[in-house]
Structures are given as C-alpha cells and as structure tokens.
Design a protein around this ligand. Structure first.
Ligand code: NAD
Ligand code: ZN
Ligand code: ZN
Length: 374
C-alpha cells in the first residue's frame, strides 16, 4: 500500500492432503483448507515428501501424544508460498526443508553447542497444534491436527519459522526431501552421535532408509568393516552398494547375533546402531559393541511404554549406550550445509529412493514400506 505497510495475506488455500482420521485406518486423500500463516509462521507448497517408519507408527497409534485426525508426514521439501508477520529467515519463493526437530534458538539446549534437542520438540511440547495452540488445517468442517509441526503429506502446510530451513535454490526437491529425516538421522548418528573413527568396526541393525544411511555415514567416516544386520536378505544388495562389508541375517545362526558378531570381531565392534525399534534388538546391539570402548547408538523408536531389561554389567567396563534424535544435527543450521554437501556429491542419498508415487497413492507407499520393499 502507499504507506509502505505490508498487506496481510488472508487467502485460504484449498488443496489435497492425506488425512489420518483414526488409529489403524488407512490415510484418506481429502480436500483440505489451509489457513494463512500467522505471525512467525510460514506457508509452504510441499513439492515432495518421503515416507518414514515413524509415520507408520503414527497410523498404528504408537504415540499416545499424537492427536487425531492428523496430517502426518515429516520428511519433505518445498517452496515458501507466503510468510506471516515478523518472519525474517525465509521469503516467498525460497526452497526449504521443514525440520521435524525445531530450533527455537533460545532454550538452554538450542544455546548449547553439544545439543540439538530444542525444548519445543514434541517430547516436551505437543507439536499437534501450532505454538498458539490452534490448527491451520480444516477438512469437512473439522479441525485437523498438525504432526511434528510439519505435516508434509499436504500440498500446502503452515509451519513455525523455527522449524523451517532455507536451502540452496539449485537443490532438486524430489531428492533432498530425504534429508528432512531419514538420511540425516542415519548419517548423523554415525558422524555426530557415535563419532565413528577411521579404521573402526561398525554393526548396523536394521537396513531401512535410516539404517542404510547409517551405513553411508560409517563408510564416510572411514570405518574398515561394516556389518549390516537384517532379517530381510533383500536389503543386503543395497547395503553392500553403500559400503557394508559383511551382511548378516540373524535367522541363519543358532547363536544370538551378539555372540556371532563378538566372535567375528574378537571382542565386539567399536560402534553398533539399533535402527529397528525393538527391545530385543536394542539389547543385541548393545551387547555387540566391545565392553570397554564400544558405543551403541539407539535410533529405532520403541513402542511407547516398552521396557528393556539389561544386565548392568554390560555397562560396567565402560561401554556407552546413547540415543540420537535426527542424527544430532542442529537442523536449522545444518540443513543448508547438508544440502550443499549433497549438491557437491559428498554422499548419494538418491540411492535410497526405491519408488516415486503421486499423493493419491500414498497408501500404496505404506504397503511397500510394510512389505519391506522400500
Ligand atoms: P524400516 O521399517 O524401513 O526398516 C527397519 C528394518 O529393520 C527393516 O529392513 C526390517 O527388515 C529390519 N528388521 C525388523 N526386525 C528385525 C530384526 N529382529 N532383526 C534385524 N532386522 C530387523 O524403518 P526406517 O524408516 O529405516 O526407520 C527405522 C527406525 O528408526 C524406526 O523405528 C523409526 O521410527 C526410527 N527413526 C528414528 C529417528 C530418530 O530421530 N531417532 C528418526 C527416524 C526414524
Ligand atoms: Zn522420520
Ligand atoms: Zn530451543
């Protein structure tokens, strides 16, 4: 306007989204209304999204703190459509990756260089509604919840600015969307959380998109031997291509897999990673790393409320057991750098892509995930 005031964007966008109406039901692709971004928020046109096992856990009702109906999806990439008042780090037209782990920049963990666990994360604050405790999504007159503040299974979504990372305009969005969760989580677990050293030995339990990214991280860090463990042998060819030196199916052995790995390496591997989310494989991964300097990183998400009985002696001689969320990256700052590394071909996350489907076939994508075909 003539006074130089910004005219607020008040258009509601109608578009498609995959809505989960209730636990245990397939997604339903619906027309939804997406309200304009309020102050501190960004409305994004989602161009591509991946499917992570965590989305499937949502549909199964594994997270009691996720409210339904909800639009899942947390591994996407898109273009800023409009921004609310006060937004300074992105502008319309920018390519962005929504980050499922926010970065408020003010809490004690954001201020701590060693932590990526912003206190606005869903374990502390529900990310089912935007920070002002309202939703920007409606469908058939009902309010629909956000998921992890990103809800990438919608053609347009509204996200707080501190959960959006600007990336290079040259980035192919249909490829770098994987950096929003799966790739960054696995790769970062090896590089940042375990800090894998050159010449070391590693074991990766579970070879889904995240586990294969751990294999890539171990390889990039210079591991000399990488054991890839899965009960689905169809995963082994890709694991080898990405750097695994030994592929092991626990079902081929009578002995527990931790004993097999300990024998094969003398005293156990230097680093082990659990990328499945089950109590028994968490114990097996822990017992597979050596008792003194071994480090076991838990990545898989256990069903909420599950308990793990362990023999404390496992930790007595110095073994370390730790977890990671989103691979330890401070995502708002790291994402542009990860995308630059992708563009410089420092890693090839494209090898993780098995299928490309339109939004109308989102349930087919979940069927492929459940069948172990992606
Ligand atoms: P996925 O389902 O694609 O892969 C899991 C793999 O584990 C499959 O290949 C399966 O065959 C294998 N597996 C199952 N049971 C096994 C067993 N008993 N022994 C050996 N292998 C077995 O899953 P994904 O998308 O790669 O995600 C892996 C896990 O990581 C999930 O639990 C997901 O929720 C979690 N996750 C955590 C974070 C985090 O920040 N910590 C981020 C993303 C995903
Ligand atoms: Zn994920
Ligand atoms: Zn914070």
């Amino acid at each position: 306007s003539s006074s130089g005031m910004k005219i607020p964007n008040c258009t509601v966008i109608r578009c498609r989204a995959a809505v989960a109406w209730a636990v245990g039901k397939p997604l339903s692709v619906e027309e939804v209304e997406v309200a304009p971004p309020k102050a501190g928020e960004v409305r994004i046109k989602i161009v591509a999204t991946g499917i992570c096992r965590t989305d499937d856990h949502v549909l199964e009702g594994c997270f009691p703190n996720v409210d339904f109906p909800v639009i899942p999806g947390h591994e996407g990439a898109g273009i800023v459509e409009s921004v609310g008042e006060g937004v300074t780090t992105v502008k319309p037209g920018d390519k962005v990756i929504p980050i499922p782990l926010p970065h408020c920049g003010e809490c004690s963990f954001c201020l701590n260089p060693e932590s990526n666990y912003c206190l606005k994360s869903h374990f502390s604050e529900s990310q089912n509604l935007l920070p002002d405790k309202t939703s920007r999504f409606t469908c058939k007159g009902k309010q629909i919840h956000h998921f992890l503040w990103v809800s990438t299974f919608a053609e347009y979504t509204v996200i707080p600015e501190y959960a959006v990372a600007k990336i290079d305009a040259a980035a192919p969005l249909d490829k770098v969307c994987l950096l929003g969760c799966g790739f960054s989580t696995g790769y970062g677990a090896a590089i940042n959380t375990a800090k894998v050293k050159p010449g070391s030995t590693c074991a990766v339990f579970g070879l889904g998109g995240v586990g294969l990214s751990v294999v890539m991280g171990c390889k990039a860090a210079g591991a000399s031997r990488i054991f890839a463990v899965d009960i689905n042998k169809d995963k082994f060819a890709k694991a080898k291509e990405l750097g695994a030196t030994d592929c092991i199916n626990p079902r081929d052995f009578k002995k527990p897999i931790q004993e097999v790995l300990t024998e094969m390496t003398g005293h156990g591997v230097d680093y082990s990673f659990e990328v499945i989310g089950q109590a028994d494989t968490m114990i097996a991964a822990l017992a597979s790393c050596n008792m003194s300097t071994g480090v076991c990183v838990m990545i898989g998400e256990p069903a909420s409320g599950s308990m793990i009985p362990i023999d404390p002696v496992l930790l007595l001689c110095g073994r370390t057991w730790k977890g990671t969320v989103l691979g330890g990256w401070k995502m708002k700052d790291s994402m542009p750098k990860l995308v630059s590394s992708y563009l410089e071909k420092k890693f090839n996350s494209d090898l993780l892509i098995t299928h490309t489907l339109p939004i109308a076939k989102v349930n087919e994508g979940f069927e492929l995930l459940r069948a172990g075909k992606r």
